[in-house]
Design a protein around this ligand. Structure first.
Ligand code: NDP
Length: 322
């Protein structure tokens, strides 16, 4: 069995996505990999984790001692509204395959990824880690949300029945290089970056879907990655941990739109299309628990992260997911 002194073999599912690429960067470029450790970053091309046989085969191949589980069927608000059942079923399967295969192969620690969009819709704010099951999530993405919530239940089960220390983190809205910049299916900031880039090129107004008034806490993907490594090495609880900037940094989407316009030097008109759905008006998350562990962690300021992401998008337009 694995002792703490042996080097880890870490398998990162969803290693080709926004968060996975950021973890890869921190591991390979910021000294996040310790001597003797082996890190593998998976994409769906190597194994479709909806399929149990493929999941087992990839675990057999890499024999991980630790797993960072990021793989998920994810999308923007509008895609979720269209395909709730699909999001529910694929994510239930992916999560069950990864957690049960990890258990069967003796993986000592799994850190999975929940999301702040799974929080109860009708709630008091700020929301903390103890409240995630207190009432149904927002209707727009109930499928994805319920599948994600089950990860927390499974983690409790693997601990109660098998003593496994499987846990989860809950990042708020992540943005950064390698995000999905698709207009319809991308996350809000990356879709807006792409729209702004296109509007500038074509000399047309920037059309923002929704009123711009919903408030969000945004976290830069590299900050998420640095925190993930700390959780993998140091965080010993089964209960999840919210990864977020402070409550006071929750801001209206229209403020972020202005930062994007500044970063891309867009001088045209900005139009808010209020016929499109806004989603939840706010989902203020508390980072008090994170702050108890890491009082001095410095988050990348939003304007700086947006500037870096816009620069990456412009310079990598050919490979960006659009
Ligand atoms: P991305 O969409 O950027 O990446 C998703 C990853 O999952 C990709 O590597 C993709 O592989 C992989 N994947 C999808 N389906 C399968 C499958 N059937 N089998 C194997 N791999 C699969 O997502 P993010 O990086 O944004 O998200 C990572 C995690 O963080 C997810 O669990 C998400 O729910 C969570 N999260 C994200 C937030 C955000 O704002 N982005 C906020 C909170 C949580 P491939 O590249 O081959 O398609």
């Amino acid at each position: 069995s694995q002792t703490k002194a042996e080097p880890m073999r870490v398998l990162v599912t969803g290693g080709s996505g926004l968060v996975g690429k950021a973890i890869e960067h921190v591991v390979k470029q910021e000294g996040g990999c310790l001597k003797g450790e082996q890190w593998t970053f998976l994409s769906s091309k190597e194994a479709n984790l909806v399929d149990l046989q493929q999941t087992r085969a990839v675990f057999e191949k890499y024999r991980p001692t630790h797993v960072i589980h990021l793989a998920a069927k994810v999308g923007g608000l509008y895609l979720h509204m269209k395909e709730n059942l699909h999001f529910l079923r694929d994510n239930l399967r992916i999560n069950d395959n990864v957690l049960q295969t990890s258990h069967e192969r003796g993986v000592t620690k799994v850190v999975s990824c929940l999301s702040s969009c799974i929080f109860p819709d009708k709630t008091t704010y700020p929301i903390d880690e103890s409240m995630i099951h207190n009432g149904p999530p927002h209707d727009s993405n109930f499928g994805y949300s319920h599948a994600k919530r089950m990860i927390d239940i499974q983690n409790r089960g693997y601990f109660a029945q098998h003593g496994r220390r499987y846990t989860a983190v809950i990042p708020t809205n992540v943005y950064g290089p390698y995000d999905n910049f698709n207009f319809e299916n991308g996350h809000v900031l990356s879709a807006l970056m792409h729209k702004t880039y296109a509007a500038k090129k074509e000399g047309t107004p920037l059309q923002v879907w929704g009123s711009g008034t919903p408030r969000r806490q945004f976290i830069y993907s590299l900050d998420v990655a640095r925190l993930f490594l700390w959780v993998l090495r140091e965080y010993d609880e089964i209960d999840p941990l919210i990864l977020s900037v402070g409550e006071e940094e929750e801001l209206p989407i229209k403020d972020a739109v202005q930062m994007i316009a500044d970063a891309l030097d867009f001088k045209g008109q900005i139009v808010f299309d209020t016929s499109k759905s806004d989603g939840q008006m706010k989902k203020t998350a508390s980072n008090a628990k994170l702050r108890r562990y890491l009082p001095d962690f410095t988050f990348t300021p939003l304007s700086e992260g947006i500037k870096k992401t816009c620069d990456w998008f412009v310079n990598n337009y050919d490979i960006a997911r659009t």
